[in-house]
Design a protein around this ligand. Structure first.
Ligand code: PLP
Length: 417
């Protein structure tokens, strides 16, 4: 786009890109920070220009050489969205991002754009409850079959076995790693190698990774061969529990299809949400690193506590185990989500949740404040308990998202609860 600075961004580190990429102050009265472009539509300089923009927007013709595509209407594009999309794609090390009204609208719009009746999606489990609902209840009546394979060490072999059953109908291998809420890690490289073996010259099997828990600071799925990355930007990317948004990132050709669906389904984010997200991107790395540092201390504290049966946290995996080795290969930090199981059942877990004072009792994650919830009865309430049980989610499991409070206050709060 004409309004964007053309500096080559490959020579800059993510923290630097988050501050400047894609915004040209000269096009906004010299404003240091990008203004909020709260406008539904944009003026054409003349009717002929409007015609050309629409031809390009609907894929009817390319823009003439030397002329950039311009802005039309905020359901198609808007400067706040374009600037954020350019930054988050660069941070992920991928071509093109699209910002959506929620994580669920990013995932749903993308899957609707890329899967057709007769196709099969092979997914790891568990996944976030909303994603589970989409895959289990919304896609199958549209003719898209879904198969579940346990996340973790056995996932690549499990997906390979399932792929034999579905043959050339396999369209996508869907991973959530770390998985919500068990934090099991799945080997993206091994799954991408499987996708390459399953792909044919006229049928590419895509690997999609929900990178909400670690990315882009601690995990870059593209480096391990993933084709698509999803975010609930409501979480760390937003980071302050004050917005709902989602992101899909992929190569240009894949994103062209996704963007057409976003335009027609209208699942696009608001300009102000994009502005808030650009602001949050400036502190993302600082927030995620500090939250992970505190989480590591809390995970150790929990692991040693006499009333805690088990702790799931990528930062305290037993050395030498396949999960620990995968963590070392695939992630540069453990993030700040901890799941733990206390002695007892649901009543005891609820009692702990009700006694927390600093950690707040609420779903969602990745914000500045620490939050705790009960996956089985809250975020994953729609998933049958026996299925959750098979993936290690029990009645006594609590999930916490560690925020930016002082570590001593959080330690005291967990112990007293
Ligand atoms: N993916 C993961 C891993 C999540 O935890 C969530 C929400 O909790 C989503 C996707 C859905 O995102 P949203 O709530 O922004 O629609």
């Amino acid at each position: 786009m004409q309004r964007k600075s053309r500096r080559d961004h490959h020579s800059f580190q993510p923290e630097t890109l988050a501050l400047g990429l894609g915004y040209d102050p000269a096009l906004s009265e010299g404003a240091l920070k990008m203004p909020v472009f709260l406008t539904s539509n944009f003026l054409f300089t003349n009717a002929e220009q409007g015609r050309r923009f629409f031809q390009a927007a609907y894929g009817l013709a390319e823009m003439p050489k030397g002329e950039a595509m311009g802005l039309i209407y905020s359901r198609l594009n808007n400067p706040n969205l374009e600037i954020y999309e350019e930054r988050i794609a660069a941070l992920e090390g991928m071509d093109r991002a699209a910002l959506f009204a929620s994580g669920m609208s990013a995932i749903a719009t993308t899957l609707l754009a890329l899967a057709r009746p007769g196709d099969a999606i092979l997914s790891t489990a568990p996944v976030y409850g909303g994603t589970h609902f989409l895959l289990e209840k919304i896609l199958p009546p549209l003719g898209i079959e879904v198969h579940w394979t346990p996340a973790g060490d056995e996932a690549p072999a499990g997906l390979e076995q399932a792929a034999r059953q579905y043959g050339d109908r396999v369209r996508m291998l869907y991973l959530e790693t770390p998985a919500n809420p068990t934090l099991s890690l799945t080997d993206i490289r091994a799954v991408a190698d499987l996708a390459a073996r399953l792909s044919t010259p006229d049928r590419r099997v895509l690997v999609a990774v929900d990178n909400t828990f670690l990315g882009p600071v601690f995990q870059k799925p593209r480096d391990f061969g993933a084709d698509l990355v999803f975010y609930s930007a409501t979480k760390f990317l937003g980071g302050h529990s004050d917005l709902v948004a989602g992101v899909t990132i992929a190569d240009r050709a894949t994103m062209a299809e996704v963007l057409t669906y976003r335009t027609i389904l209208g699942t696009v984010a608001e300009p102000f949400t994009a502005w808030l997200l650009s602001r949050s991107l400036e502190t993302l790395s600082v927030r995620m690193r500090r939250q992970a540092k505190t989480a590591r201390i809390l995970a150790r504290l929990l692991a040693e506590h006499r009333h805690v049966r088990k702790v799931w946290y990528p930062g305290i995996l037993e050395p030498g185990t396949p999960q620990a080795e995968l963590f070392a290969r695939q992630c540069s930090g453990p993030g700040s989500l901890i799941a733990f199981e206390i002695e007892g059942g649901e009543a005891e877990a609820f009692a702990v949740l009700d006694r927390l004072e600093v950690v707040r009792l609420a779903v969602s994650l990745g914000g500045t404040e620490s939050l705790a919830e009960h996956p089985m009865r809250m975020t994953h309430a729609d998933v049958p308990p026996e299925l959750l049980g098979a993936h290690g989610v029990t009645e006594s499991m609590i999930r916490i998202s560690v925020g930016l409070e002082h570590v001593d206050d959080l330690k005291r709060d967990l112990v007293q609860a």
